[in-house]
Structures are given as C-alpha cells and as structure tokens.
Design a protein around this ligand. Structure first.
Ligand code: PLP
Length: 422
C-alpha cells in the first residue's frame, strides 16, 4: 500500500518522475530562515543540506534580503543579458577588491549561464580552445554537472548513462587515496603521459574538485593538490579547479584551494556565490587565457542582476575580515569530534568519517544504511542527504552561519538517528 501524504498529489500527478529531493523529504516546505526550513504545517526542520552548498549564509539572510528588496523597490534591472549595469559593476569591483586582489589572483571574470554546469562547460571549452587539444583528464568519483561536457568528466555511472550518447575525449585518473595509498601519487598518470604507446592523447587540461562533494566527501590532501599543480605545469596542461560546491567559504577560506597554496589556471564558482540561493555562476581564468571572441560562449540568463546585488552584499557582510573563516574552522572541529565518536565503536555504528571546514561525510557499510539514517533524521527534524558512488556517505553541509546551539542540536539528531538505525 502506498501512503500518499495529503497535499503531495500534484507533485506525483503533474511533476516528472525525475524529481528526487522531494522523495527523501516528503513534506511541502513553505518558508525558511537561517538554518531552518518550515513546512506548510508549521513544523521546523534544521537544514544541514544548505541547498547542496548554495546557502552557505543560510536562508533569507536579513542583510542580503534588505539589499535585494531595496534593489527591486527601486526598479533595478532584473534581466540584462550581459549588458553593463550598475549592479554588475558594483559586484565586479567588490569581488576584485574583497576576494581577488587580497589573494593576488588577477583572474578575468566570465559570467556564463547561471548554473554550475554552465561554468564547467565554459571552462572545458576555453581550455580546449587555448591548448588546441580535445583530451581532458578528470578524476574517479568526480561530479561536475549534468550537461554533456560536464557529464563526460563526471564519474557516476548512473548519471553518465543518462547522456544517451558516448561521453568522449576525457580520461579518468585515480583521485587522492583512490588506491588506498598502495601506489605513489600520480605514478599511473605520469607513466601514461610520458609513454608514447599509452594511448593517452596529450591533455588540454585537468579538472579537479579539492573535496569531492557528490563523490562521497573525498578530501584531497594539500600535498596531493600541489603535486597535481606541478604536474600540470611540467606537462603543459591547464589546471581547472571546480570550486562550485567547496568554494565561497565552505572549507574556511573563500576558495578551497587556498590551503594548498596553488593558483589554478581556471576556477569555476557557483552555488553560494550569490549568497542568497539565486542562480549565478562564474568562470575565472588567468588573463592570458582570455582568448574568447565576443559572444563565443553566451546565455540568456548570464546577467542575473538581483544575484549580483545579493552577491555584493554577501561579500561585504562576510568577507571583509577573517571572522567567518575562523568560525567555520571552529564549528568544523565540533562536527569532527562527534563523527570521531560515532566511528570509534569498532566500526559498528559507522565506518569512517572525513571532511574539512564545514563539509563532512559519515560513511556507512552501504547505501541502505545511510538512507535509513537520513530518513530517521528527517523524522526527527533534520535535513541531511547522502553522496558517494553507492550513496553510502551521509553528507553534512550546515550553513556557515549555523549557531553553536543549532549545530549541537543537529549533531544530537544525527547521533540519535545513527544509534536507532544500527
Ligand atoms: N560542480 C560541482 C563540484 C558540483 O557539486 C555541482 C553540483 O552539485 C556542479 C558542478 C553542477 O552545478 P549545477 O547543479 O548548478 O549545474
């Protein structure tokens, strides 16, 4: 017998079968504030999912909301393709002075269509154009988006199968620790590059996530990233860091690669860049790579001006000093402590944990167990989702603005849910 929640039927009868999160969280949400979502019956849910990393500053942050409401009230431009607007100018100036200049990153800024996958498509196109080569290296368990170019550098078999055509001109290499430390880092990759008989065409670029979010919260060591950057330099390959999920402060620093001290050639940013959950994405690249012809990559919604307004407000509110970074690292330490406790009982409760900043993964023996934990957490009022090749990792992605009390409450629910489903 199927139990149909009252009020859900239109989602079942009209909306496509492709819907997913609404299946995991079977209620109808109405409003949200900070780290809380409320359904239409008024029940509050603590949000440790944060719009899959799009809500690093929580829902409807009052300062960002005020800036947006004022802008709309003044009849500010909403849709502007890539016309020059005051909102875009202020964003570019603020991004440069707050983020790029202090980090000595003289990147050009490109606005592709406002989704993450669009930034990845732009990055891949640009790398291939710049190098005049088609091959791109990706990593095992990578996720870069659902359009065809991004799928070609994505690992997950289920998502790749959806393409319906061969996904070509890309080669996967082992991500950090994929072989459990049995093989020296990059041994295979370097061998293929130097061997004229390997069958690997000289790549234009390598695309990497510093922490694989969808792939199971696999954290690349800073040393591994430095070796990769050095390999790219030696072998004339562009280094693309996809910072769509791990950027905008998720790991503490604004960019997740800062800890490793590397300077990628191309960086993709999306999700939390608007700060408010509004669609926006950036493709950043070194000045000498700005070889685009005007309009060579475009999109109707690439000038999402309300997103520029909230993005500027977010940079001004959170990135003028190091307070958010410090807070994120401290809060991350609290999460780590709880996960360590859950994994210490001979692996009976959970298998392992990993993470950095405020992104953490708790690995279970299989996807069924991880799903059961998420289901139980939902019943107790906590939103968490799974990731990893078999959905075996419970992913914790609270807003960076989460209070200590909210963090403790969510971690208590997680702990209870793990025990109750053991
Ligand atoms: N790249 C990474 C690392 C992501 O995590 C995602 C989405 O989860 C994407 C790209 C795709 O972004 P979007 O879903 O906005 O197309």
């Amino acid at each position: 017998m199927t139990i149909t929640e009252p009020g859900l039927s239109v989602f079942e009868t009209v909306e496509s079968e492709v819907r997913s999160y609404c299946r995991a969280w079977p209620t109808v949400f109405e409003r949200a504030s900070g780290s809380w979502l409320y359904d239409e019956r008024g029940r509050g849910y603590l949000d440790f999912f944060a719009g899959a990393g799009s809500l690093n500053y929580g829902h409807n942050h009052p300062t960002l909301k005020r800036a947006l409401l004022d802008y709309i009230d003044n009849d500010g431009i909403t849709h502007g393709l890539d016309m020059s607007t005051t909102a875009k100018r202020t964003f570019l100036e603020t991004f440069q002075s707050t983020i790029l200049s202090p980090r000595n990153l003289p990147y050009k800024v490109m606005f592709p269509g406002p989704t993450g996958t669009n930034a990845v498509e732009a990055a891949l196109k640009l790398a291939r154009k710049a190098k005049g080569r088609e091959a791109v290296i990706s990593f095992t368990n990578a996720f870069h988006g659902m359009s065809l170019g991004s799928l070609a550098v994505t690992g997950n078999a289920f998502k790749r199968a959806g393409a319906g055509i061969p996904l070509v001109h890309t080669t996967p290499m082992p991500f950090d620790n994929y072989l459990g430390g049995q093989v020296p880092d990059f041994l295979w990759f370097e061998r293929l590059l130097e061997d004229q008989g390997s069958g690997l065409n000289q790549p234009a670029a390598v695309i990497v996530e510093t922490i694989q979010g969808e792939g199971g919260i696999n954290v690349a060591r800073a040393e591994w990233l430095r070796q990769l950057a050095e390999l790219c330099r030696r072998r004339d390959m562009l280094l693309i860091v996809d910072d769509i999920q791990m950027g905008c402060g998720r790991t503490g620093d604004f960019f997740s690669f800062e800890e490793a001290g590397i300077t990628p050639d191309i960086v993709t940013v999306s999700k939390s860049i608007s700060g408010y959950g509004l669609p926006m994405s950036l493709c950043l690249f070194k000045q000498e790579l700005d070889i685009w012809e005007p309009g060579e990559h475009n999109g109707t919604f690439r000038g999402n001006n309300p997103a520029f307004v909230t993005a500027t407000a977010a940079l001004e509110t959170f990135w003028q000093d190091g307070v958010l970074r410090e807070r994120t690292l401290v809060q991350g330490g609290r999460v780590e402590g709880v996960l360590r406790g859950l994994c210490s009982k001979d692996g009976k409760l959970a298998k392992s944990y990993r993470g950095r900043g405020l992104v953490w993964g708790l690995e279970f023996e299989n996807g069924e167990r991880a799903a059961a934990v998420c289901r139980r957490a939902f019943e107790h009022g906590l939103l968490i989702e799974t990731s990893g090749p078999d959905d075996e990792v419970v992913k914790l992605l609270p807003a960076l603005t989460v209070s200590a009390a909210e963090l403790d409450e969510g971690l208590d629910i997680l702990t209870r849910s793990v025990h109750e489903t053991a």
